[in-house]
Design a protein. Structure first.
Length: 412
């Protein structure tokens, strides 16, 4: 069992993770415990926040739970894949801010508020999801509500708002939004005296955010862009394009999947139809946003994040939140055509494959195209050698499309 590095102020409560058995526990202060044990909390489980499995959890914690009588332990749903707001599309960041408004409105109706921020929001089934249950407070505190929703809408560079993620970077009409939020803050306590008015005003302003559009060439890739919108059609469509990948996903039915270079999410969505919890990563705001919308529309257990796979970063104070390759470990990893695009860009082939392998608990499947985008040869022998050195010694070669593409499947 372990306490994540992100739990820095343990006197207020913290998380305990048992990664081996896939169990999670939340040590809560009295205010938070009172709320998570309420009917109001129960009514929004798996919608706003994780499910509470055992409200009176008693665990052999190996000393991770102290003797503080003001803290209580509950067992909560273990979250397989956590991505943070800096790994979301701009559209999903906006939706996460609106989600903070929605959840704050719900809490206010139950005479509760929370002291939180965007770092406590991840994605679940393509939608924003509150992952930290330790910051609930009794009563209504208007300034705390304002700060919870708007704390990442500042131009100041901090560990909460890293360089490059200031709102002017992604909000087209940021000056207008900043002015409106400033006016709201000034009116707290005078014209604004209740939670409904405050949250409604903030939500209206956030709804007015105009996102800067950033398109890449592959946003128009027709195979994934034009995928069907129903489960039945999708079940038939995906295997027509990559039959051997889909056959492996259907046969092995991994509990969890990391889909690298996921595009619009076709193969994550397909895998989820067989019970897999999938997370897809790519470097297009448009594709990632659309993939999350598709997951929500189809009701499938997968989400998608925006990550530069050649420059993954450690987030939070002193890297406390870690990188995506530390957090997104899965039973299986697939990389359709990705190596073709990242090869020859300054990182050795072995290092790329090793990073991908670090996420795979049982098997990894990489599509091999003979040349990269610059015309350099990609060595299939070196991929296989790297797989074997990493413990994926059972190698299978499968055909892909168009010829001479191949799939290289490595299994432990």
């Amino acid at each position: 069992m372990r306490i994540p590095r992100a739990c820095m102020h343990t006197e207020l409560g913290y998380v305990i993770l048992d990664d081996k058995s896939k169990r999670a526990y939340r040590v809560l202060n009295k205010n938070s415990y009172d709320f998570v044990s309420s009917k109001a909390f129960k009514a929004k489980e798996d919608i706003y926040w994780p499910t509470i499995i055992d409200i009176d959890a008693s665990i052999a914690s190996g000393g991770l739970v102290g003797d503080n009588k003001n803290l209580k332990v509950v067992e909560v749903e273990y979250l397989e894949h956590v991505i943070y707001w800096t790994e979301m599309s701009f559209s999903d960041v906006k939706q996460s801010l609106l989600f903070l408004c929605e959840i704050s409105q719900y809490l206010a109706k139950n005479n509760v508020h929370m002291i939180s921020h965007l770092w406590n929001i991840s994605l679940n089934k393509g939608k924003p999801f509150l992952i930290d249950l330790g910051d609930f407070k009794k009563g209504i505190n208007l300034m705390a509500i304002y700060d919870t929703i708007t704390s990442t809408l500042s131009e100041k560079v901090t560990h909460h708002i890293p360089e490059g993620y200031q709102p002017s970077r992604w909000i087209q009409n940021y000056e207008y939004i900043a002015r409106k939020l400033s006016e709201i803050k000034k009116n707290i306590g005078t014209e604004i005296r209740d939670g409904d008015t405050l949250i409604g005003s903030i939500a209206s302003t956030i709804s007015d955010i105009e996102i800067k559009k950033e398109y890449i060439y592959w946003d128009t890739y027709p195979v994934q862009k034009n995928m069907p919108n129903t489960l039945k059609e999708l079940l038939a469509y995906a295997p027509k394009n990559r039959p051997n990948l889909c056959k492996v996903l259907e046969t092995k039915k991994p509990k969890t999947l990391l889909d690298l270079g996921c595009s619009y999410g076709l193969y994550s969505l397909y895998a989820s139809m067989f019970g897999t919890k999938a997370i897809g990563l790519d470097y297009s705001h448009h594709m990632i946003s659309e993939a999350n919308n598709k997951a929500t529309h189809l009701g499938l257990d997968c989400s998608f994040g925006f990550v530069d796979l050649l420059n993954s970063k450690h987030w939070g104070l002193n890297g406390a939140y870690g990188s995506c390759f530390e957090r997104l470990k899965s039973e299986a990893v697939v990389a359709p055509a990705l190596l073709h695009h990242v090869h020859g860009r300054g990182i050795p082939l072995e290092a790329i494959i090793q990073e991908w392998m670090s996420c795979a608990e049982k098997w990894i499947m990489v599509e091999h195209i003979t040349d990269d985008t610059t015309g350099k040869t990609i060595s299939s022998e070196k991929i296989i050698e790297t797989f074997k050195k990493g413990g994926f010694a059972n190698i299978t070669i499968l055909d892909s499309r168009p010829t001479p593409r191949k799939w290289i499947l490595g299994e432990k």
